[in-house]
Design a protein. Structure first.
Length: 379
């Protein structure tokens, strides 16, 4: 009996487990919060131009100690903890320059990292209704360089979770998706020496860009030169039919020096990526130079399937899940029917055995009305 009960329990769990596959999933996203304090750059004497620039553009010498500072302004009624870090300039997929560490791709051509030789990250207390001058001094690399080194100063308010992590001795702060301030820091030793960007293609593969199918072209700027006024026009087609499958365009973009980035060519979101051999035509134009690339690349069935599964525009087929649920339901009903039949059969057999046992017992007992006397023996 216990074995049948276990079998029923397993059947119910399997059936409702199948049904749970049809329930929608809920995603939880971190909130955004605008920075509610001000940052004022204090331009030093070696600032190239103090007019019309909201960032540090410094003319430096090898090995010099650069004196740098910013002023934080808190107009609110609450004290704040502010985190200040040095970052490297990176190129985003939208062909813009980022200073907030949101781009995680490392560049193997970079000889200098402002995040490494710049100022040490620091946390400061900013009282309510107050101003605070924060020194951010650093030492310029001793080895001379040509071109520019581009980094940033990223300033943001610490949240309660960040403060708790720091107080517990954790070296890595648990930063959430909150907005802050970013100030560019551009270092130049010889502004008269101009270097053109040097763009190369490192890799081409199928990717999921914001959950949508795309061809990702990994591009590297190997020069210590800022690519300004960048325009990009790219197309890719499946070689067996030469039909254009994905495109990408950019107008007036900016490419950071010594940076690697992924430029996406979006497919039609209503269609899946098809595996096969593709061809890419890519044209990039900067303010000083033009680049033309023509490459063949392959998208395997496995890669295409991985990307297509993430496409929210494609209606997913639940045919086999429905079939599985129906089969599971039929099996569960059959299991219940067999159990009821088995229990009914056992109950009937038990009743027959009880009746038979009662009959045998009745026949083996002497009759209550029998009063026959045994004759006495004569002597």
């Amino acid at each position: 009996m216990k074995n049948w009960q276990k079998l029923i329990s397993v059947g119910f769990l399997t059936f409702f487990g199948i049904l749970s596959l049809f329930l929608p999933l809920t995603k939880v996203n971190a909130g955004n919060q605008m920075a509610n304090f001000e940052v004022i750059p204090n331009f030093p004497a070696n600032q190239n131009s103090k007019i019309g620039k909201g960032y540090f553009d410094l003319l430096v010498k090898p090995g010099q100690v650069q004196l740098l500072s910013i002023t934080l302004v808190n107009n609110s009624d609450q004290a704040k903890k502010i985190r200040i870090t040095a970052t490297d300039a990176k190129t985003t997929p939208t062909i813009d320059v980022s200073y907030d560490n949101s781009v995680k791709i490392k560049d193997d051509s970079s000889k200098y990292s402002f995040a490494k030789f710049g100022f040490t990250p620091k946390t400061v207390n900013l009282r309510a209704k107050s101003k605070l001058n924060v020194p951010l001094n650093f030492k310029v690399p001793v080895k001379p360089f040509k071109g520019i080194i581009l980094g940033g100063i990223y300033i943001r308010e610490l949240e309660a979770q960040d403060i708790q992590s720091a107080s517990q001795g954790k070296t890595k702060l648990q930063l959430k998706n909150y907005l802050g301030y970013a100030l560019a820091v551009q270092l130049t030793e010889d502004p008269k020496t101009l270097i053109d960007p040097n763009l190369t293609i490192k890799k081409i593969n199928a990717i999921s860009f914001n959950s949508y199918p795309a061809t990702g072209v990994t591009i590297q700027n190997r020069a210590m030169s800022l690519g300004s006024n960048v325009s990009i026009k790219a197309t890719t087609y499946l070689k067996r039919d030469r039909k254009i499958r994905a495109t990408g365009k950019v107008h007036s973009g900016t490419i950071a020096p010594s940076s690697t980035f992924v430029f996406p060519l979006l497919f039609d979101v209503k269609n899946n990526i098809k595996p096969g051999e593709y061809h890419l035509d890519l044209k990039i134009k900067t303010a000083t130079k033009k680049f033309n690339f023509s490459r063949d690349y392959m998208i395997t069935e496995q890669t295409a399937a991985q990307v297509n599964r993430q496409n929210p525009s494609i209606k997913k087929s639940y045919f086999w899940l429905i079939v599985l649920a129906i089969v599971g339901g039929i099996l569960l009903i059959g299991l219940i029917f067999l159990l009821c039949f088995h229990l009914g059969k056992n109950r009937g057999q038990q009743e027959k055995e009880k009746q038979l046992l009662k009959t045998v017992n009745d026949q083996s007992l002497p009759s209550a009305t029998s009063n026959r006397q045994i004759p006495k023996r004569r002597r």
